[in-house]
Write a protein that binds this ligand. Structure first.
Ligand SMILES: *[C@@H]1O[C@H](CO)[C@@H](O)[C@H](O)[C@H]1NC(C)=O
Ligand SMILES: *[C@@H]1O[C@H](CO)[C@@H](O)[C@H](O)[C@H]1NC(C)=O
Ligand SMILES: *[C@@H]1O[C@H](CO)[C@@H](O)[C@H](O)[C@H]1NC(C)=O
Ligand SMILES: *[C@@H]1O[C@H](CO)[C@@H](O)[C@H](O)[C@H]1NC(C)=O
Ligand SMILES: *[C@@H]1O[C@H](CO)[C@@H](O)[C@H](O)[C@H]1NC(C)=O
Ligand SMILES: *[C@@H]1O[C@H](CO)[C@@H](O)[C@H](O)[C@H]1NC(C)=O
Length: 473
């Protein structure tokens, strides 16, 4: 029985406290944590599954002038996917694994690769695996401006789009390719300029600077490094924005016109707009592909009032990724006993492009075991891809799922949204949305599923990362 189980479970932790009595007499559907607060989510099954139609979220951020709408590439809010084509979860999670492998191969020697040494960057700046779990925003480029939908990625530096003329290969995108010859504000970057040297290599066509990126999944883009007028929103226009105008592109970008690079790098949009936005941006990823979130540059208007901040580590200083420190995890309000060295040995980053959070195996098994214990009442389902803990909820109308809370350095407690705990493959197979790294010494990654519905605030200049709950739905 659920109630007797919880009495035993809490009793072991709390000894004889009145709360044990409270828990024993709790009505079905709620569990209480150590301070008597509700420590579980109660949800209807239908709310766990994505809706087939788009409902734009009326986010608090939407009236800010530097805010773009964020859309899941595969959902009904996206114009990149024509017709009803169900998300292939197997494929998505395979691509996620490939992205994670690439990130970890870059950091396996205690650095994040891409150091500021010419040797590390030659012959070309290699990029990250894009994966298919990306979120997109629509920007305007050129004069007159053309709308382009770009995947945004905190793990990539350069912003680029496919350009005309396409030399040899381009992939299909849903919007017309950008044509620099039809824009009055386009200019090539000279091969001798500082900007060109910031690419980390010098490859030129005559006097014109070229860029080349090879992504971890063998996707590539190459073309002219150029400047253009970038229109984020009607009031927010950035002149002379440096971007890659790709004339030869290959890869699985699935209809998007290119990529917006949000890492902390000289050539990223974050540093290029530092004077205007103070190296400050935030985003909110919606709870499901059927709703929308936002990406906001600058502090304008602020995020939700209740943002709490954890340090963004600057070690190593040239890190391509945003490093954070995970200190603990709680399930149902109870802190798991995981030695702090388990988290510190490999360290962790936050990434907008990795779908599923990767934990040290010691932390993952503690999380999984506590979760399985709390979910013991439900019918198990077969494992799926990265997931070893799945449930068949097809005969349930509602489910009660324990809170999962991450503790980050600086006393930041992030109580995940239910959409950050369960990954719905189908109603008969809904899985715990976490995965284990091969070893505790591997880099941990706080992925985008676990970031859903939070305002995630990157105060890069201030060296801190904030989480604000209820940023979007
Ligand atoms: C989903 O992707 C996997 C891996 O790429 C592939 O083997 C499978 O056939 C795909 N399923 C469907 C229904 O397309
Ligand atoms: C890590 O070190 C090994 C052995 O020294 C080397 O082969 C490998 O290329 C290095 N990886 C990175 C990403 O620097
Ligand atoms: C371009 O994008 C903006 C913002 O998403 C939208 O309001 C506008 O209608 C789009 N213009 C065209 C021509 O599609
Ligand atoms: C790209 O689009 C063209 C025209 O719509 C089509 O013929 C071609 O098969 C598409 N290529 C791929 C790889 O989807
Ligand atoms: C940019 O450089 C390329 C190659 O040199 C050239 O074909 C193109 O006309 C240049 N564009 C502009 C606007 O100067
Ligand atoms: C747990 O199992 C009992 C006995 O089958 C059942 O009465 C109860 O509704 C279940 N609880 C949940 C949350 O499904």
């Amino acid at each position: 029985m659920e109630s007797s189980y919880f009495c035993a479970f809490k009793g072991a932790r709390l000894f004889l406290s009145l709360q044990i009595l409270m828990i024993c007499f709790m009505p079905k559907g709620h569990t209480y944590g150590v301070e008597g607060k509700i420590a579980s989510h109660t949800a209807s099954i239908s709310s766990l599954l994505p809706s087939p139609s788009c409902s734009s979220s009326t986010s608090k951020a939407s009236d800010r002038k530097s805010t773009l709408e964020v859309i899941h590439k595969h959902g009904p809010c996206s114009h990149l996917v024509q017709g009803p084509s169900p998300l292939n979860h197997t494929k998505l999670l395979l691509q996620d694994e490939s992205r994670v492998n690439w990130i970890q191969s870059q950091s396996s020697n205690g650095s994040d690769g891409l150091e500021d040494s010419a040797a590390a960057r030659l012959p070309a700046r290699s990029g990250i695996t894009i994966g298919t779990g990306n979120y997109v925003v629509t920007i305007g480029l050129g004069t007159p401006k053309k709308n382009l939908t770009l995947a945004f990625d905190t793990g990539s530096p350069l912003t680029w789009t496919q350009c005309e003329p396409c030399v040899r290969s381009c992939y299909n995108q849903s919007e017309p390719r950008f044509n620099p010859s039809q824009s009055s504000s386009y200019a090539n970057i000279s091969c001798t300029s500082t900007s060109c040297s910031q690419l980390g290599h010098l490859e030129c066509s005559g006097t014109t600077c070229l860029y080349f990126i090879r992504y971890g999944d063998q996707s590539t883009t190459t073309g002219f490094f150029a400047t253009e007028k970038l229109t984020l929103t009607p009031t927010e226009v950035i002149d002379n924005f440096e971007f890659g105008c790709g004339e030869k592109n290959r890869g699985l970008f699935l209809g998007a016109a290119g990529l917006m690079g949000l890492s902390d790098d000289k050539i990223s949009i974050v540093q290029q707009t530092a004077a205007k936005y103070g190296k400050h941006f935030s985003y909110c990823l919606p709870s499901s592909p059927s709703s929308t979130g936002h990406l906001t540059f600058g502090k304008d208007g602020g995020a939700s009032s209740s943002v709490s901040f954890t340090p963004l580590s600057k070690i190593p200083p040239s890190s391509q990724f945003y490093r954070i420190s995970i200190e603990g995890i709680s399930v149902g309000g109870n802190r798991l006993s995981i030695p702090s060295t388990v988290f510190s040995s490999g360290g962790a980053i936050i990434d907008s492009g990795t779908v599923i959070t990767r934990l040290p195996p010691t932390a993952y098994s503690a999380l999984r075991d506590a979760f399985r214990t709390a979910m013991a009442n439900y019918t198990k389902a077969p494992a799926f891809s990265l997931f070893d803990t799945c449930y068949d909820f097809s005969k349930e109308s509602t489910v009660v799922v324990p809170f999962i809370t991450f503790s980050f350095a600086g006393g930041v407690e992030v109580n995940l949204d239910l959409s950050g705990i369960l990954y719905p493959v189908q109603s008969s197979q809904i899985c715990l949305a976490f995965a284990a790294n091969p070893a505790d010494s591997n880099l941990g990654i706080y992925g985008n599923t676990q970031q859903k519905t939070f305002d995630v605030v990157y105060d890069v200049a201030g060296g801190k990362l904030g989480f604000g709950s209820n940023g979007c739905s």
